[in-house]
Design a protein around this ligand. Structure first.
Ligand SMILES: [Zn+2]
Length: 49
């Protein structure tokens, strides 16, 4: 199952291509990747636990 994120260009939820787990400056985990449709960089904030 592919991770999904909101793409601002497609204005839709898209599958993340080349997703990579990263930690943002505020310490929150996020998924970083590219939109599978248009290649725009997308982020998905992961729930903290
Ligand atoms: Zn897109």
């Amino acid at each position: 199952m592919a991770d999904q994120a909101y793409c601002v260009k497609c204005r839709d939820k898209v599958a993340i291509a080349g997703s990579e787990k990263v930690t943002m400056k505020n310490g929150r985990p996020a998924m970083k990747g590219k939109c599978g449709k248009c290649g725009t960089g997308v982020y998905k904030i992961l729930p903290t636990k």
